[in-house]
Design a protein around this ligand. Structure first.
Ligand SMILES: Cc1cc2nc3c(=O)[nH]c(=O)nc-3n(C[C@H](O)[C@H](O)[C@H](O)COP(=O)(O)OP(=O)(O)OC[C@H]3O[C@@H](n4cnc5c(N)ncnc54)[C@H](O)[C@@H]3O)c2cc1C
Length: 387
């Protein structure tokens, strides 16, 4: 029976949804690292998030098997396998992973481990490892790119613009994001959105904001130096504009500007575009770090209007230590307030394609404010709010 035996599969799934399931997953990793020690080096020192994510994946995949659905798990696992190439995962790692998972479940479920459960476990684990490794092997493209930092500009206290030269061009759509590993924080991959469209010469640029207590973002802002080598994954994400689907509202909070800026630069290749209104917000006026670029795009492209927004109307004393972002006249007058309030002061924007990019809190609040004003939720796009 194997994958058709819903009762046997339910025994396996119960093991990964019970309250102490993360301990079970912890034992799986311990077992895997014991039988294949080099695998430990592929993971970050703190495995808490990893354990959570792997438990969720097992829960979802086993749930799909129980519902006798295979299409979505195949698509999901294949993508996961392709993504894992960037970690340097090999065929042998999948074999030892399958072995460790089987051994851990077997010893955990000893009383319930019937022949049927054994059959279901073997087939489910082989399915997961087989689809992931098969998709990784079948993928002709590269698993990761290396980029050498050319420039690092501290544009404000908590903000850096980083320009890199990739070892070969990375093909992505404007608005997509990649995962990035920096040398200061090995194996701690974080999502970043390129702030320029894909370049045939392999140049790429990121805007990074140091979040409070954030390990990687603070290292990038404070410690990145020219010559550092970053590792980048293949691109993800579907945020985009349809040039034939009416006017556009963009709302960017801080470095959430990056993907929208890439889209604006891409649009500026065309003479004729839908009208785009961009609200670019930050806490202080001095943190509106990229107004000059926006001013340059708007000066040459009459379809773009930009409204700067700052939560506070004056700058803090430390602003004097950083470049003044104020561009020549030409943009709308800076507004004071929080982005959701300022944007909805102008109306509901119900007739627009709406793209929102920024911190999870800003995305949630702006979406809620716009929907409350009548914007159709299906016209609102944003990236996932968790990494
Ligand atoms: C699709 C996507 C694209 C992204 N693009 C960019 C980008 O172009 N530029 C950029 O600077 N960041 C971007 N991020 C955020 C980035 O991936 C990291 O989450 C962020 O830099 C924090 O990482 P960290 O290691 O410093 O913090 P962690 O050590 O992972 O977390 C420390 C603390 O910071 C909080 N935190 C995490 N992310 C944020 C956030 N965005 N805002 C406020 N608090 C947060 C966490 O909840 C936690 O409490 C993007 C995220 C996603 C999901």
């Amino acid at each position: 029976m194997g994958l058709e035996d819903r009762d046997a599969l339910a025994v396996l799934r119960d093991a990964v949804i019970r309250p102490d399931a993360e301990e079970l997953i912890g034992r799986f990793y311990t077992c895997w690292f014991a039988i294949d020690p080099p695998v430990r080096d592929l993971f970050p020192p703190d495995m808490t998030d990893q354990r959570k994510v792997f438990r969720q994946v097992l829960d979802w995949v086993l749930g799909e098997f129980i519902a006798q659905r295979a299409e979505e798990p195949v698509a999901f696992l294949a993508q996961l396998g392709r993504d894992h190439r960037r970690y340097g995962v090999t065929q042998e790692h999948y074999e030892t992973m399958a072995h460790a998972l089987y051994a851990t479940l077997n010893s955990d479920l000893e009383e319930q481990w019937t022949d049927e459960v054994d059959d279901a476990a073997r087939q489910a684990i082989n399915f997961i490892a087989g689809v992931m490794s098969g998709a990784a092997q079948a993928e002709p493209g590269r698993g990761w790119w290396e980029g050498t930092v050319l420039e690092h500009h501290r544009v404000s206290r908590d903000l850096a613009v980083v320009r890199l030269q990739l070892d070969s061009p990375l093909d992505y759509h404007p608005g997509q994001y990649v995962q990035v590993e920096v040398p200061q924080c090995p194996r701690r991959w974080r999502y970043l959105s390129p702030s320029i469209p894909a370049q045939p010469d392999g140049r790429i640029e990121f805007h990074v904001r140091a979040v409070s207590g954030g390990m990687v973002s603070n290292a990038v802002v404070a410690e990145t130096r020219p010559g550092d080598v970053w590792r980048l994954s293949s691109p993800h994400g579907a945020m985009q504009v349809n040039r034939d689907d009416g006017d556009i509202l963009m709302v960017a909070g801080s470095t959430g500007l990056a993907p929208l800026r890439a889209i604006l630069m891409d649009l500026s290749r065309y003479g004729d575009n839908p009208r785009v209104h961009l609200f670019f917000g930050a806490r202080y006026p001095c943190e509106l770090y990229d107004l000059r670029t926006l001013w340059e795009i708007a000066a040459n492209n009459p379809w773009l209007s930009v409204t700067p927004v700052a939560e506070y109307s004056t700058d803090p004393p430390w602003a004097a230590d950083y470049p003044d972002p104020q561009p020549p006249r030409g943009l709308h007058v800076r507004q004071t307030g929080l982005l959701p309030d300022v944007v909805t002061r102008y109306g509901g924007w119900g007739d627009r394609q709406i793209l929102i990019s920024g911190s999870p809190g800003m995305i949630t609040a702006t979406t809620a404010a716009l929907v409350a004003k009548g914007a159709p939720p299906e016209r609102i796009q944003h990236d996932p709010t968790t990494g």
